[in-house]
Design a protein around this ligand. Structure first.
Ligand SMILES: [Zn+2]
Length: 426
């Protein structure tokens, strides 16, 4: 006699019953598939809270789209998203039968979806299916099995999928928008011929390829770059800070600490952490740095570590030097007041990425009047802008419209501006 029992009931059945049922090998047993991604990141272990290892690590494929097929009957027996442990539900399976597990380069949680695109076709064309096969042995009737496996799928897919599901796992914290698709490409053909990493403004598309003096480098090994481009994506989808180009308006900075002349082998010297830029570009890039720090740290206001991927000026308190071996660890919590201290601020049209990064982090994470990322984007969406971006006074006008003058939220934005050194008035 067969009885259909819930999985919870199955697991609770005494082992003795399962063993006495061993003769019924033709009847259904139950199995769940649990799979992981093989990942390795260059910028780990610099003080961030999550994804701290630089070793090869197998990370659960949580929220990953997947299918299970019975090969003997050519029947798909399950499809959907894996759970938060990277597993299917328990599925009825038979002994001595081959099953095919299909894992997509697609992660989905609560109507938020990220695709890693194949190396051909147009932007957003599709995602990739990766197949694994497993043949069952002699299974016990009604017994629950778990098949955990770690396919040897290397970068870029193995690196990008855990990062994608990390973003979706904390989408509330990051205000990743509902019903949003993001496509990530890694191939040279469809990314810009100049290489590098970028978000295509006004689209769903992120390009993550690499090129340095030695040829092509795999940018997907740099998790903070992924977080940074995802920051541009979320800002764009939610009306957040826009970039205003990477040519500084005159007069250009004369202080070496405020240029990118030191950026050589790692990435573009169009802009960098300490360069004096149009204020809108500093806001846009500073927001993306802040967002990346938020992806890989808890917002406890103690540490907002960012593994910066370019060579960078570091000030020890006494001396300046260029750290030429990225990742360079920056803490988004820490105020540097870089433009105030280093770059002859002079007017309201300029800023540095570091100052705006620390400003956004502290507006978001400091004290009793924390603003959400949605609220930050909302302030920028409703502010007047100039050809150089949103000036401090125009941003504060928008803050006042949103929160009212003199409230705790208002002072959150006002006082952190002074601390971060971004409050340059006309
Ligand atoms: Zn950027």
């Amino acid at each position: 006699m067969k009885r259909h029992t819930s999985i919870a009931g199955l697991v609770c059945l005494a082992a003795a019953l399962c063993i006495t049922a061993a003769a019924s090998t033709a009847d259904a047993a139950y199995m769940k598939w649990c799979t992981r991604w093989r990942s390795q990141y260059t910028d780990g272990g610099i003080g961030e809270d999550l994804f701290t290892s630089t070793n090869v690590v197998y990370r659960t494929a949580k929220y990953n789209s997947a299918e299970v097929w019975n090969q003997a009957t050519s029947t798909r027996i399950w499809y959907g998203e894996l759970d938060s442990s990277g597993c299917t539900p328990y599925l009825a399976v038979s002994s001595y039968t081959q099953y095919k597990f299909r894992q997509a380069t697609k992660v989905k949680k609560d109507n938020r979806t990220i695709y890693v695109n194949p190396d051909s076709g147009t932007w957003g064309a599709s995602y990739i299916w990766l197949n694994s096969y497993y043949t069952t042995g002699n299974l016990y009737w009604l017994y629950g099995y778990t098949h955990t496996f770690s396919p040897n799928w290397n970068s870029p897919k193995g690196n990008l999928m855990p990062l994608s599901r990390r973003v979706l796992a904390v989408y509330t914290k990051l205000d990743y928008p509902l019903n949003t698709l993001t496509y990530i490409r890694t191939d040279n053909t469809h990314c810009d011929s100049s290489g590098g990493a970028f978000y295509q403004s006004g689209t769903n598309n992120i390009c993550l390829q690499g090129q340095d003096a030695d040829g092509w480098e795999d940018i997907t090994k740099w998790k903070f770059i992924f977080g940074h481009e995802m920051g541009h994506r979320v800002a764009d989808a939610n009306g957040g800070p826009d970039c205003y180009g990477y040519t500084e308006q005159t007069p250009v900075a004369t202080q070496s600490h405020c240029t990118c002349d030191h950026v050589d082998d790692y990435g573009s010297d169009l802009h960098c952490m300490g360069s004096r830029e149009k204020i809108g570009t500093a806001q846009c890039e500073g927001f993306a740095h802040f967002f990346s720090a938020a992806v890989f740290n808890d917002n406890d206001n103690m540490y907002g570590i960012l593994g910066y991927p370019k060579e960078a000026w570091v000030f020890t308190g006494e001396n300046y030097y260029v750290d030429t071996t990225p990742p360079v660890a920056f803490n988004a919590v820490s105020y540097k007041r870089w433009m105030e201290n280093e770059c002859d601020p002079g007017n309201a049209d300029k800023g540095t990425e570091h100052d705006w990064m620390s400003y956004f982090w502290n507006v978001w994470a400091d004290g009793s009047y924390e603003s959400t990322i949605d609220e930050i984007n909302d302030v920028f969406d409703n502010a007047d802008s100039s050809t150089y971006g949103i000036k401090w006074t125009d941003m504060m006008d928008s803050v006042e419209d949103k929160y009212d003058y003199g409230t705790g939220d208002y002072y959150q934005w006002l006082n952190n501006g002074d601390s971060a050194g971004v409050d340059h008035e006309s």
